[in-house]
Design a protein. Sequence first.
Length: 336
Amino acid sequence: MRVFLASILSIALAAVPHPARLRVVKTLPVGEAGGWDYVTLDSSAKRLYVPRSDRVLVLDVDGKTLGEIRGTGGVHGVALAPGLDRGFTSNGRSNTITIFRLSSLEVLGQAKATGEGPDAILFDPATTRVFCFNGRGKNATVFDATTGNAVGTIPFGQKPEFAATDGKGHVFVNLEDPAEVAVIDAKKLTVEQRWPLAPLQDPTGMAIDLKHNRLFIVGGNKLMAVLDTGTGKIVATPAIGAGADAAAYDPELGLAFSSNGEGTLTVIRQEGPDRYIVLEQAPTKRGARTMALDEKTHRIYLPTAEFGPTPAPTAEAPRPRPTMTPGSFQILVVGR
């Protein structure tokens, strides 16, 4: 009977069509000078917000320029609050947060960060607060999204990286060294818990599965940690590519993603609350380390560029980056 059932199961699995592999279906040539960091996508408005060193380019999903937000020195990220018609940028060089109107891209003002090096930034809908995570300041500046007034500072004592909200009063943020997740009470502005991430090292990107209460965190040692948001327990550590800097989760497809600077996109399929398998390593391009997921179309947008050779290390730059070919900045669109 067992042999018979196994045969039937094998036939059934063989009959299930494998999903088409992900691939680069389009390249959006953007050009212009400047680096980049976290790209943000507004699925409803079909807009991409792309940080470019001293400004934020606003594009439609086909790459057409819709406008830009100036005065954002060293910009890293963009947070959106569509219900308030507000957007916010974290400006790492000027230590400020720019507040702008989503509908017109008009700059409404700037808030001063309470720590140096604003980096990741998010809007928490449960409290209508914006959390700006300051890398060099090792803290977070929190302010009211409706007024722009600061409401508090949260010290970590460690460098914060990317963050996510559960929309129920908790914000989670990666702390780089030692590798931990800080659990923030978004109303009290206190750190409730710290969860170790070992064996994960150098955590960077983070995404959240609200239905199954799971965090997806990518690390520098080619692992993704999947955490239970209620207990902090690591339930899986699937392998990813090198140079990961962002994570994403598609709730409709049950897929988690890691964008890897080596030129791959790791696709991880959720087969149960505590079971995750690597489905594929989709080819992208060298340097495509951050991304934005469109949950409506299931397409992924990854900024990158063409690069020349890596300069030799020096005392001032022991880990130099390869030089970007002028005018080669582009956004890869990955889909099936």
